[in-house]
Design a protein around this ligand. Structure first.
Ligand SMILES: *Cc1c(COP(=O)(O)O)cnc(C)c1O
Length: 407
């Protein structure tokens, strides 16, 4: 035990001593949240412009999600999949309808959903495509982020994510994101799937070149390979559509969903596909104690209801356009590049001015929560319930924080 009694009772100090140091949080201790705003333990308010990496697309404690979760909490929380529960079937049906597919495999975290989709793709490759046993390959993108399990970091191209965690899972081939020719060359008779993010979130909100998703779709169809779209961060309204693939009218074989699917209340993820793909799984071949639990399913059903009207997608489009115009106006004032889709932006700041982290700390001092990625990029992904006036206020704070840095 180190530190004074007072320090030991401080949540940050306790976390520093007793929590594993696998994160480097921006120094603020959040104790309450509502809509797009959070309050710290001293009562100061901040506009949340990260929204838990898009897990809070509908804001903190959205009344409809909270009501559904509270109602469920008062009736039934967990059954395991050894028995049926009255929420899972309706959740699967409603989410499948939203995605235009027939089946849902419920899991908990995004990483688990990606792992599950890879297992399904391999099984499909052996059972349906006829790939020789243990030969399946999956083509993945450079700069990807799909989660933190051993297999997922096995095909990360980020040295920090991989370093010290081998030996790695074989069966993955890399191609540059956006390179159709390299993708065509990487696919052979052992290839069961192409896995990609329709927008690379962690990489810094990297948008694919126009037409790329359509090219991936065409190649996958021609070569009898499954297209797996990891929409854990890009999906469920963030980019102005229910799914980011819709920007190119592309329907992947498999949607991988997470983050916002739990409405910011519980972890909920899912693999969504047609029965010719998900139908390869039989009892005993895959599972999860918590996947599809009644709390998760009830929260997920509330999220599907929120998305059904298209209101949030529309907000992301309109407010995102306002954000984009405002961010473009900052170019030359310490901003080197801005990438936007819907209400989601990656801003590369001039490294001469400071790091992304330094900008986030200036923003914190001005009442805005944001998070850096890869050195000099700052990501903005406010809850879709943010208002026009709050976007304008955010832009003012951003301009002021950039000015603070250049002083
Ligand atoms: C966050 C994320 C994941 C992993 O989700 P977890 O819930 O953190 O496991 C996977 N894919 C993408 C694209 C993500 O952004």
């Amino acid at each position: 035990m180190t530190g004074t009694v007072e320090e030991r009772q401080d949540p940050r100090a306790l976390e520093a001593v007793h929590g594993a140091h696998n994160y480097h949080p921006i120094p603020v201790v959040i104790s309450a949240g509502e809509g797009a705003w959070v309050t710290d333990s001293s009562g100061r308010r901040y506009l949340d412009c990260l929204a838990a990496y898009s897990a809070l697309n509908f804001g903190h404690r959205h009344p409809e999600v909270v009501a559904a979760a509270a109602d469920q909490l008062g009736r039934l929380t967990l059954t395991s999949r050894a028995f049926h529960n009255d929420q899972l079937g309706p959740f699967c049906a409603e989410l499948a309808a939203l995605a235009g597919k027939d089946m849902v495999l419920p899991m908990n975290t995004g990483a688990e959903a990606v792992e599950s989709a890879l297992k399904v793709a391999r099984k499909w490759g052996y059972d349906v495509k006829g790939v020789p046993p243990d030969q399946a390959t999956v083509v993945v993108m450079e700069g990807n982020f799909h989660g933190r399990t051993i297999s997922l970091v096995s095909f990360s191209t980020d040295p920090e994510a991989r370093g010290g965690f081998g030996p790695f899972t074989p069966g993955f081939r890399h191609v540059p994101y956006g390179d159709e020719v390299a993708l065509a060359e990487a696919i052979d008779e052992t290839t069961v799937a192409v896995l990609l993010e329709p927008v690379q979130g962690e990489a810094g909100v990297i948008l694919p070149p126009p037409g790329y998703l359509r090219q991936v779709r065409r190649l996958c169809t021609e070569r009898n390979v499954l297209m797996l779209a990891d929409e854990v961060q890009s999906g469920l309204g963030r980019t102005g559509r229910t799914f980011a693939c819709e920007h190119e009218d592309v329907v992947p074989d498999v949607y991988i969903l997470g983050k916002a699917l739990g409405g910011g209340v519980v972890p909920v993820s899912a693999v969504v596909a047609d029965s010719d793909v998900l139908g390869v799984l039989h009892p005993g071949q895959h599972g999860s104690t918590f996947g599809g639990n009644p709390m998760a399913a009830a929260a997920g059903r509330a999220v599907v209801r929120l998305l059904a009207s298209g209101e949030f997608q529309e907000r992301a489009r309109l407010l995102g356009e306002r954000l984009r115009v405002g961010l473009d106006a900052l170019s030359g004032r310490g901003v080197l590049a801005v990438r936007c889709t819907g209400l989601w932006a990656g801003i590369d700041i001039d490294p001469a001015l400071g790091t992304g982290r330094a900008l986030c700390e200036r923003l914190l001092a001005r009442g805005v929560l944001a998070k850096d990625t890869h050195g000099s990029t700052v990501r903005l992904a406010p809850p879709l319930v943010i208002t026009e006036a709050e976007i304008d206020w955010l832009l003012e704070q951003l301009a002021a924080a950039l000015a603070d840095l250049s002083r």
